[in-house]
Design a protein around this ligand. Structure first.
Ligand SMILES: Cc1ncc(COP(=O)(O)O)c(C=O)c1O
Length: 385
């Protein structure tokens, strides 16, 4: 859906400075380098890799993350992400998908339909979810049990008796085949240095291996760990993996990064591939602030070690200090620069965002630019649930 006066493709070949505002701009050389960095790390370790499609929800980016079919599995957070990735199955690049939330009733019929075109595996963290599968026409599903490694979002902790019970029930159920254990350290976004992030990676691997030890040592199992902060330090991984277990890393945010990732201290500020371009609408010298046309919808109300809701890329002392729906307020958070000497009405401002996954979900088109900020392509994200 595109309501702009000009079709998004009409900007191809033009400088990003001519884009409508606010727009989401992806710097392709940075995106490429971020993907390459992670591919190199997992290749060196010789472990599996499963990209999550949730950040840009873009078939173009998923294709890149799969590295020409070297990696053949994804994890998706929505049905449109799976349905929109089916051309990659036809292209011979993609075989399998994990639906990335513990299975719920409303989505099961749609996953069942999609499973005729791509192998779909499920996550479980409660024995009641097993009962749901009784209503499914599919005779058997491959499942991973979700392990909570401290985020207290989804999953069971590796030392819990509920996990032991669930493993027994899954093993006894004719409706499911236990493939392994899956964790996601989303609380690793709170890490502020490499040592803490490495410790979080260790917690992930220790937790899934502890869970796997509930099964007989001859049973083949897969364990899937990762979040972008821990993925950024995966090259430090040292773990003794039992012979029956195969290890894979999953990650989703890594192609873009954002201020939250930079805050973890394991990726530099220039590894951010996503910026929002906005416009200065008004200036208020009396309160040393400026109004821009990017608010909470496109910048999100997310936080990190960086103040505010966005950072002006080329004026490091200026941040988006307050937001309402589509209004944003620029303020000087360091030093004593004057707004009327820094900005004028009509200026374009380029912003780093706190959390690119949320920002990306707000827009209908991504403008892809080269190293000179010339638009080379437009990508349309897969919308909806
Ligand atoms: C279940 C699950 N797995 C993997 C990921 C990927 O994590 P990240 O985007 O930090 O790489 C997410 C992201 O939220 C997730 O929800």
């Amino acid at each position: 859906m595109d309501h702009s006066l000009e079709h998004h493709q009409s900007y191809i070949g033009r400088p990003a400075s001519e884009l409508p505002t606010p727009s989401l701009v992806i710097k392709k050389p940075v995106l490429d380098a971020n993907i390459r960095r992670l591919h190199d790390d997992v290749d060196k370790l010789g472990i599996g890799f499963r990209p999550h499609t949730k950040t840009l929800k873009s078939i173009e980016v998923t294709r890149m993350m799969l590295k020409g079919g070297k990696y053949r599995k994804v994890v998706c957070s929505t049905v449109p992400e799976i349905a929109g990735s089916l051309p990659l199955v036809k292209e011979g690049l993609l075989d399998e998908c994990i639906f990335g939330m513990p299975i719920f009733k409303g989505v099961l019929p749609r996953l069942q339909v999609l499973s005729e075109q791509i192998k779909i595996d499920l996550l479980l963290d409660n024995d009641q979810q097993l009962l749901l599968l009784d209503s499914s026409n599919k005779s058997s599903w491959d499942v991973y049990i979700k392990i909570d490694v401290g985020a207290r979002r989804a999953g069971l902790t590796a030392d819990s008796t509920r996990l032991q019970d669930l493993v027994k029930k899954v093993e006894a159920s004719p409706r499911v085949n236990l493939k392994g254990f899956y964790c996601h350290a989303n609380h690793s976004y709170g890490c502020r240095n490499e040592a803490d992030t490495r410790a979080m990676l260790q917690t992930e691997i220790d937790s899934v291996l502890q869970a796997a030890s509930l099964l007989p040592p001859e049973k083949p199992l897969e364990v899937s760990i990762g979040a972008t902060p821990t993925a950024h330090v995966v090259n430090t991984l040292r773990a003794a993996i039992p012979k029956n277990i195969s290890l894979e890393l999953h990650a989703g945010n890594f192609p873009t990064n954002d201020l939250q990732q930079v805050s973890t201290g394991v990726t530099p500020i220039d590894s951010q591939a996503v910026r929002i371009v906005a416009e200065v609408v008004s200036i208020y010298p009396e309160r040393n602030e400026a109004l821009i046309n990017a608010g909470v919808i496109v910048l999100a109300r997310e936080t990190s070690a960086f103040p505010g809701s966005g950072k002006v890329t080329d004026r490091p002392n200026w941040d988006v200090v307050r937001v309402s729906q589509e209004h944003g307020i620029l303020g000087c958070t360091k030093g004593d620069e004057r707004v009327d000497e820094t900005f004028k009405v009509g200026d374009r401002v380029w912003l780093w965002v706190q959390h690119s996954c949320i920002t990306a979900a707000a827009v209908y088109v991504y403008y892809v630019v080269d190293e000179n900020d010339v638009v080379i392509d437009t990508w349309l994200p897969l919308k909806g649930w």
